[in-house]
Design a protein around this ligand. Structure first.
Ligand code: UDP
Length: 340
């Protein structure tokens, strides 16, 4: 079975490629390398022993996407990661975000119909819930208006899939996975998250500070309505998350889906505050991490974590790895990248 992984040299994509290969799937990656490096292919090969096929182009180019599907005629399913994902940048570059993220999805859906590829797993986000009124969030929790153009592209992409599935009951199946906060790296330390420039996300900022690239971590706000005043998120190990994609692919290929458009929360069900995470990192690694508390970051929500019971029961999947193990893997990766 051949699976197309778009964005397969990126952070979550590369881990998913390895997990697919571990389960015997053949992978072809499409990536324009706008936010990842070609060397990731070498490291995927080091882990799995198999070098995935690779094509470099931009999926928002309709003709190139069509030519790709003509060339690769044996694809059974698509996992679509390729997208712009920087929340802050999406505010100043909103048209680029809408064009890239929406048009790529539409080109793929068009190709699925034309070339008879029935299945797609889509990379969505818990950002579609905004700040929920009731916690934890289930799949029934209403979506809220997005805080950023990036978040809005995820909501609109979900709507595009829902509407397209409605009119293609016979030949199109989509599953949207709403990720909570993916962190950590592969246990080998060979693949992980490699942000360009100053990291926006908490764990890469922590590991870069620990590695001496940044002076000090800023904790954004300690006046939230949470036990220690810092914001709460549901941090999920990236390998656990990657395995959820394989399970979703299996579900579609073995025709276990209950509807041709489904969506699931993918988190651990546990919320940790920024301060708890920082303290856990210090404890696990023994590194004396410098941090200070500063003002809240604009656009941040106070707290969110997943109710995973529906996804766990339906998919037969559950996050396995502890926060400690996950933070240790993030640190191992950072040290490897920096040659420490
Ligand atoms: N955060 C922080 N310092 C940083 C980066 C993030 O205190 O340098 C906080 C952020 O305010 C949020 C949490 O860490 O409460 C997770 O942020 P991240 O950007 O990793 O993910 P988000 O939940 O915003 O998608």
């Amino acid at each position: 079975m051949q699976i197309l992984v778009t964005g397969g040299t990126g952070y979550i994509g590369s881990h998913t490629v390895v997990e697919l290969q571990n389960k015997g799937y053949e992978v072809v990656i499409v990536d324009n390398l706008s936010n990842s490096q070609i060397e990731v292919l070498d490291n995927i090969e080091k882990i799995s022993g198999i070098r995935p096929a690779f094509e470099q182009f931009d999926l928002s180019e309709r003709d190139l996407t069509d030519a790709f599907f003509q060339k690769y005629s044996g694809i059974s399913a698509i996992i679509h990661f390729a997208a712009f994902k920087a929340v802050g940048e999406s505010v100043s570059k909103s048209l680029e975000y809408y064009r890239n993220n929406l048009v790529s999805l539409m080109n793929l859906l068009e190709g699925m119909k034309k070339y008879k590829i029935p299945n797609m797993v889509f990379s969505s986000s818990c950002t579609v819930y905004g700040q929920p009124d009731v916690l934890p969030v289930t799949e029934e929790t209403p979506r809220k208006e997005a805080e950023s153009p990036y978040g809005n592209t995820k909501a609109i992409c979900e709507d595009i899939m829902r509407d397209y599935c409605k009119s293609h009951e016979e030949d199109i199946n989509c599953i949207a996975l709403r990720y909570f906060n993916p962190i950590g790296a592969h246990e080998t330390g060979l693949i992980g998250e490699l942000p360009v420039g100053v990291p926006n996300n908490l764990v890469p900022f922590i590991t870069q500070t620990a590695a001496g690239l940044r002076d000090e971590l800023s904790i954004f706000g300690e006046d939230y309505d949470t036990p220690d005043g810092t914001a709460i998120r549901d941090y999920i190990n990236v390998v656990d998350l990657a395995q959820a994609h394989v399970v979703a692919i299996d579900r579609m290929l073995t025709k276990k889906s209950k509807a041709n458009y489904e969506y699931f929360n993918v988190g651990t069900g546990e919320g940790y505050s920024v301060m708890q995470l920082v303290k856990a990192f210090i404890e696990v690694t023994g590194v004396d991490l410098k941090y200070k508390v500063v003002e809240r970051r604009a656009g941040d929500i106070e707290k969110i974590w997943a109710d995973t019971s529906f996804g766990n029961a339906e998919l037969g999947w559950k996050a396995q790895k502890s926060l400690e193990e996950t933070l240790a893997s993030a640190w191992k990766w950072e040290k490897k990248v920096r040659g420490l």
